[in-house]
Design a binder for this molecule. Sequence first.
Ligand code: UDX
Length: 437
Amino acid sequence: MKIAVIGTGYVGLVSGACFSEFGFDVVCVDQDAGKIEQLKAGKIPIYEPELDTLVKRNTERGRLSFTTDLPEAMVGAGAVFIAVGTPSRRGDGHADLSYVYAAAETIAKEIKDYTVVVTKSTVPVGTGRKVAEIIRKANPAAKFDMASNPEFLREGSAIGDFMRPDRVVIGCETEEARAVMRQLYRPLFLIETPILFTSLETSELIKYASNAFLALKISFINQISDLCDQVGANVTDVSRGIGLDGRIGSKFLHPGPGYGGSCFPKDTLALMKTARDAHAPISLVEATVSYNDARKVQMADRISTALNGDVKGKTVAVLGLTFKPNTDDMRDAPSLVIIPELLKRGAKIQAHDPVGTEEARKHMPDIDYCEDPYQTMVGADALVIVTEWNSYRALDLAKVKKLLKAPIVIDLRNIYRPDEMAQFGFNYTSLGRPRTI
Ligand code: UDX
């Protein structure tokens, strides 16, 4: 089967490359001619492990191609995926659907034979039905069905998540559409992936509810970790102790400086708005959103506290700028709140990130970017670990101690052990774990 994928952003590119790896004929379309030229030349505009290999292999095999020409891409396609951006609209936080609707208009004109039009972008409940209306209005003779097929890809492990998902969710309402979608995910039958068929609205809501629940789970453990600090309990053991209950599950129970990224902040906000508009507000999600915003600022307070209550005139070494490891994505990264807050309070920042510095520089030009993690520590009054890149997990602690002016380490990802840090003579602060000195 041939597939067209509209939008070569994160979701479109990963989905297109993975479907071509499954053996389908995939054409990825984007109106950005520069981006298409780059992709044709094998340059991947985002950092995602394995993606370049997949794109290269399937382009060479002739199963994956890139074009700006949507009409050409749609010739003979059994399914067309809409994977364009749905950013938060300025002002009201609703998802901006103008790119999705524009794609629908264009698709409508090009439908010749029966086509399944699939929304892959995260779209608010009701969008699939609106897209169908747009297509029907623009081309009343078009033979098509709508489907909603949300992605659950994590940046940094998107290829694995696509190839070995926990589940595939498909919202569609005719047997014909179900047959096409079933065929697309046939390669996953072998690994017995559950495929859930639902209505359009249900599928759309599953995506938002999943992300909101995960955001809530993270915020919950962050608050529990603050409580652990106050009562002398250990959050790592609490996470393990509650996570072993199969009803709770052990994942997404790591305390941190607050969630960031391209999905959780945007999707929780969009769900909050949808729920309010539908007169069914979800107060738990509202509380999560405001708590997570406050959490990032609180991290700056924690750093100040570790520096005797004042960062003015102090140099702070920061390791990790991206919202999580294995991505160059800085969207809603905690570092973008923590660092400006420290700068505002008069600190000087020396920072390192394995891949995020170029993007970080655009947002935070007033800090010293270092080529090497150890360089950040030279003459610094404290070291703060903001993102848990693997390369920060086994630092030469003796060297760290020697380079820092004062042996103060604030670990916002709990990647070091308090007892080990105490042995090295560090004044070590982490999240929700008792100090051993
Ligand atoms: C998320 C969802 O996991 C994915 O299913 C969805 O499609 C898109 O959004 P992603 O944003 O790539 O993926 O990253 P994820 O690994 O989920 O982490 C999100 C944020 O939560 C990061 O800032 C991370 O540091 C934070 N996090 C995650 C925690 O603080 N603690 C945890 O236990 C897990």
